[in-house]
Design a protein. Structure first.
Length: 274
């Protein structure tokens, strides 16, 4: 995979956020701060049919916003909507849709500790939804945005079985091993880093970041979740991707401009029409 030269240095992207937790009156201010910070592309991801539709609506409000649509593994574990594939397929007709996501597998819990996904029946539902959405991505020539919490071997196995290199994509909030990152790269997948790398105690993650070539890395905030170290505001937001970029530059021993250039070019390589 070869990266293109960006037209302008200092272009920053946020490859993965969620819009639904923001109050409607908040969103214009969030977007304005992102643009003032230098962001030129933000991908708004859905988690189910309703939030995917919201992502489409939000993406239509600004030229820097794009959308991904999909069923998150936490919600897949509740059961698959009968019309899942047909509805997602209809969403892909929107020109702002650049990916199928957030999809994937989770072997931990729903972060609230109320549901644990190591139960075989729940995990089987996740796998079924993941396979269906990989096939949808392949058929529509769209990359995947993948959630892989506690399940990297399983995610990689399913990607191989489904020949997902035909779709490619990114694994968001990557916290796997260097070996898993390499396996993903062989399948055409980038890895995206967010606020977790800003924590001084995240030493193992820092070592992983150092080991992964910049050509494979994208930036994200997972806003409004995944707060940064000593974040001033309650909610995370896309403008904070600049702090993440600074930390990535520090860990890689390169300039901020090099990080901006590389991650922007990587984004163009993954989403060539956008």
């Amino acid at each position: 995979m070869t990266a293109r030269k960006s037209e302008k240095k200092g272009h920053f992207i946020d490859a993965h956020i969620h819009a639904e937790p923001y109050a409607p009156e908040e969103w214009p201010h969030v977007l304005q701060r992102a643009q003032e910070a230098g962001l030129v592309r933000i991908v708004v991801s859905g988690m189910d049919l309703n939030t995917s539709l919201l992502a489409l609506t939000i993406a239509s409000s600004s030229s820097i916003l794009l959308a991904s649509v999909g069923l998150h593994p936490w919600l897949a574990a509740r059961g698959l909507p009968e019309n899942l594939v047909n509805r997602l397929e209809s969403f892909t007709e929107d020109s702002n849709v650049v990916a199928i996501g957030e999809v994937g597998l989770d072997l931990v819990d729903n972060c609230a500790g109320t549901t644990f996904f190591d139960q075989p029946a729940l995990f089987d539902l996740q796998v079924e939804a993941f396979r269906l959405q990989i096939r949808l991505a392949i058929s529509h020539h769209l990359p995947l945005i993948i959630h892989a919490r506690g399940a990297y071997p399983q995610v990689i196995s399913v990607l191989r079985e489904e020949r997902a290199e035909r779709a490619r994509g990114l694994v968001h909030n990557f916290d796997g091993s260097p070996q898993e990152a390499e396996a993903l790269w062989e399948l055409g997948f980038y890895v995206s880093f967010g606020g977790a790398i800003t924590y001084p105690e995240a030493l193992q993650l820092h070592d992983t970041v150092r080991s992964i070539p910049l050509r494979q890395i994208l930036l994200e905030t997972d806003s409004p979740y995944m707060p940064l170290y000593k974040q001033a505001s309650k909610n995370n937001e896309p403008a904070n991707v600049i702090r993440i970029a600074h930390k990535l530059a520090e860990l890689k021993g390169v300039s901020l401009e090099e990080v901006a250039e590389a991650t922007y070019c990587n984004f163009l390589e993954l989403f060539p029409k956008k």
